[in-house]
Write a protein that binds this ligand. Structure first.
Ligand code: GDP
Length: 433
């Protein structure tokens, strides 16, 4: 889906605008700056066209200067988006921070809609006119709070969006595959990057104004070339604040979108946390192939091992299908093995099962293990087809609703039969009377 991002300084009303667009109270709005939220991407729809709305309003805390963090936020949002809504407070007029954002937006070359918020009445429209000076064309006056002008604004924003997302959408076939190294802070992403690059090239800096465009890196892992996407996001060290977490989460999403396969790095010396699981979930939601790497294996204390095994079993219960590799970024132990697992995961991700084979398999499966009888009825699978690859998506036609347990059983058997390792697979069921 095409991606529309909302950017702007704190308190200009980004979240209120997002709420307006969503038409429901899904985003938490508070008057105090610095509300952090987990969700930043929403599925939205306007005039029958679905799109993804990215809200950057949660990222307001940081130890650095306002200009730097707002510019960073804009930079990330832009790398995630096909078009951008830039929100300015019309009652304040253009500020130096707004000008900073304009520079970032210009450099990106992405289409931008300038929105003058807090234009609550016709009287305030003169305020909006001062925003012409930003050089982004006509400001759209809206009142996110009261809804004034938001329909026209959305019409204009939709006109800027392509039919299909260009961000991570069309991936060049042939050539090296695109890999994202992701994981919560401190699991060893930059150490692994260094170890892959073979020499210390990570620039440790978080000085305001030194932000760079995301950089992809051509590397060799396990004797094959790969493109590591968005390594700039790994290079840039951020402070351990709430704001930085939010920032890291946006970065993670941007990298996953651009990649075909993601390596989720987990610190084997620590207990698996919600945050680790969330990163894995983001990879699955984005429909990318997945490899899990347990890093810092050099710290593995034999006493911890049995606990770790149990943790892995419990923590990763949803993804028994993901290839796992134990590594040490520090000593480079088994780092080369990641390559083999990337290949396996991508194979599964790209596999297409011929319709004949699929239906022979479905026939045998339902004969051996039919769907349980429910209220005197027994739904039967009539026919199935693989509608898509990268990741594999199956559509099954059945005489009735297939319950979740049975769908999971089908998924498990499909994985065994056709070797879908390291890839999410999607099964949808259409009921034919
Ligand atoms: P990032 O935030 O995910 O990029 O994590 P870093 O690469 O900055 O690593 C966080 C900390 O873990 C640093 O102190 C690293 O030296 C350490 N570290 C990373 N990988 C390993 C490893 O394989 N073994 C050990 N012992 N320490 C590691």
């Amino acid at each position: 889906l095409p991606v529309l991002a909302v950017v702007g300084r704190p308190n200009v009303g980004k979240s209120t605008l997002v709420n307006r667009v969503l038409g429901r109270r899904e985003a938490v709005v508070q008057d105090t700056p610095g509300v952090t939220r987990d969700r930043v991407r929403y599925r939205a729809e306007w005039a029958g066209r679905p799109f993804i709305l990215v809200d950057t309003g949660g990222w307001e805390h940081d130890a650095r200067g306002l200009n730097a963090r707002v510019a960073d936020q804009a930079e990330i949002a832009v790398s995630l988006a096909d078009a951008v809504i830039f929100v300015v407070d019309a009652t304040v007029g253009p500020t130096a921070t707004d000008e900073k954002v304009v520079q970032v937006l210009r450099r990106s070359g992405k289409p931008v809609l300038l929105v003058a918020n807090k234009v609550d009445s016709g009287r305030d429209e003169a305020d909006a006119a001062t925003l012409w000076s930003l050089g982004l064309g006509e400001p759209y006056p809206v009142s996110a709070l009261h809804g004034r002008g938001s329909g026209d604004m959305l019409d204009a924003a939709m006109a800027l969006l392509p039919e299909i997302s260009a961000v991570g959408g069309a991936m060049p076939a042939g050539g090296p595959h695109r890999v994202a190294l992701v994981g919560k802070p401190n699991v060893g992403k930059s150490s692994l990057l260094n170890s892959i690059l073979g020499h210390q090239r990570v620039v440790v800096d978080d000085v305001a104004g030194t932000t760079r465009d995301p950089v992809d890196e051509l590397v060799e892992v396990g004797g094959k070339p790969w493109i590591l996407v968005d390594t700039a996001g790994i290079r840039r060290r951020v402070h351990q604040t709430q704001g930085a977490d939010f920032y890291a989460s946006l970065r993670t999403q941007a990298a996953i979108e651009k990649a075909e396969v993601a390596v989720v790095i987990i610190d084997a010396s620590q207990t698996i946390t919600e945050q680790d699981i969330r990163v894995i979930q983001e990879v699955i939601d984005a429909g990318r192939a997945l490899v899990v790497a347990y890093n810092k294996w050099d710290l593995m204390d034999e006493d911890r091992r049995p606990y770790l095994e149990r943790e892995i079993e419990q923590g990763l219960v949803q993804i028994p299908w993901a290839p796992r590799v134990n590594i040490s970024a520090k000593t480079r132990w088994h780092v080369d093995r990641i390559g083999k697992h990337l290949d396996t995961a991508l194979d599964g991700w790209e596999t297409r099962v011929p319709t004949g084979r699929l239906n022979a398999f479905l026939g045998e499966l339902s004969a051996a293990t039919p769907h349980p009888v429910r209220s005197g009825k027994q739904p039967r699978i009539l026919f199935g087809t693989q509608a898509d690859t990268r990741p594999p998506r199956f559509v099954l036609f059945a005489t009735g609703f297939l319950e979740a347990g049975y769908r999971r059983f089908i998924e498990r058997r499909l994985r065994e039969e056709f070797g879908f390792v390291g890839t999410p697979i999607e099964i949808s069921v259409r009921v034919r009377e």
